[in-house]
Design a protein around this ligand. Structure first.
Ligand SMILES: CC(C)NC(=O)[C@H](Cc1c[nH]c2ccccc12)NC(=O)[C@H](CCCC/N=C(/NCCC(=O)O)S[C@H]1O[C@H](COP(=O)(O)OP(=O)(O)OC[C@H]2O[C@@H](n3cnc4c(N)ncnc43)[C@H](O)[C@@H]2O)[C@@H](O)[C@H]1O)NC(=O)OCc1ccccc1
Length: 228
């Protein structure tokens, strides 16, 4: 790891699969029994807010019941020991990176354990249900939604991500199918700036051909091997 000055890591649902959190596109994936346009779009929320709140209440409970695995813990070690620039960009809404010891984490698609008040724009750490329309602790309005980036919505902190990609000399992608943009385009941006690019995934992804190297296997084995 010593040779690199600035590392950007992108993670997806695959890194949390071995912690018991379902991925999206596997045959038993989340999108199988929850059509994405119904539960992960602003239109779906407007059409049936109770269905969407119930979906994310379930996800929130699953996240609270899950534990970080060896891949999360290895990235926690890397974050503690690497004194260069490091940004761990995750598409995941779980907090397993933080519970695995990582601090330089950016949730580009939001967080399950956070609620967003549409009336006063405040965000609140949230572990309970949003279904029964709790009042916003800041303004009292009953206008809270999951603090999640849905399809058609702008991901969070894109400027910070683009500038990290522009300065990176190593880009590593872990447990993602490369099916969703803008995250799926990060490897090209990093490569265009001269970074070495490495993919760690259970199977080849839609973006594998963009990487200098792809290692296939379970994250709980590949990530500690790469870090240590
Ligand atoms: C379907 C796709 C074609 N659509 C999009 O990409 C859209 C539209 C779009 C934008 N640009 C485009 C360009 C071309 C085409 C389409 C678009 N994108 C958007 O709408 C985005 C917003 C997208 C975010 C939506 N929210 C999510 N999540 C939060 C919700 C929730 O979590 O409920 S997306 C969701 O799916 C995405 C993909 O999932 P993965 O994490 O990769 O999981 P998946 O199941 O697919 O794959 C798992 C992988 O792990 C591997 N694996 C499994 N087990 C293991 C294991 N044990 N070990 C290792 N690997 C493992 C498997 O092999 C597999 O490869 C993740 O991002 C995830 O967060 N917003 C936007 O574009 O805004 C405007 C904009 C943006 C920038 C600049 C200007 C304007």
């Amino acid at each position: 790891m010593a040779v690199y000055r600035s590392i950007v890591i992108l993670t997806g649902a695959g890194i949390s699969a071995e912690s018991g959190l379902r991925t999206f596109r596997a045959e038993d994936g989340l999108w199988e029994d929850h059509p994405v346009e119904q539960v992960a779009t602003p239109e779906g929320f407007a059409r049936d807010p109770d269905l969407v709140q119930r979906f994310y209440d379930e996800r929130r409970a699953q996240v609270l019941a899950a534990e970080p695995n060896a891949a999360h813990q290895a990235l926690g070690r890397l974050d503690r020991e690497f004194d260069g620039d490091l940004l761990l960009v995750t598409q995941n809404i779980d907090d397993l990176h933080e519970r695995g010891g990582a601090e330089r984490v950016l949730h580009m698609h939001g967080e399950a354990l956070s609620a967003w008040c549409r009336a006063c724009d405040a965000r609140h750490p949230w572990q309970g249900s949003l279904r029964d329309g709790p009042a916003c602790p800041s303004c009292g309005a009953v206008a809270m939604r999951p603090d999640i980036v849905w399809f058609g919505e702008m991901p969070y902190q894109m400027e910070r991500i683009f500038s990290a990609l522009a300065g990176a000399d190593l880009f590593v992608s872990i447990g993602t199918s490369g099916a969703v943009y803008p995250a799926a385009g990060f490897v090209q941006q990093a490569a265009d700036h001269g970074a070495r690019t490495l993919e760690l995934n259970l199977e080849r992804s839609a973006g594998s051909h963009w990487f200098d190297e792809t290692r296939l296997g379970a994250a709980s084995e590949l990530v500690p091997q790469w870090v240590d």
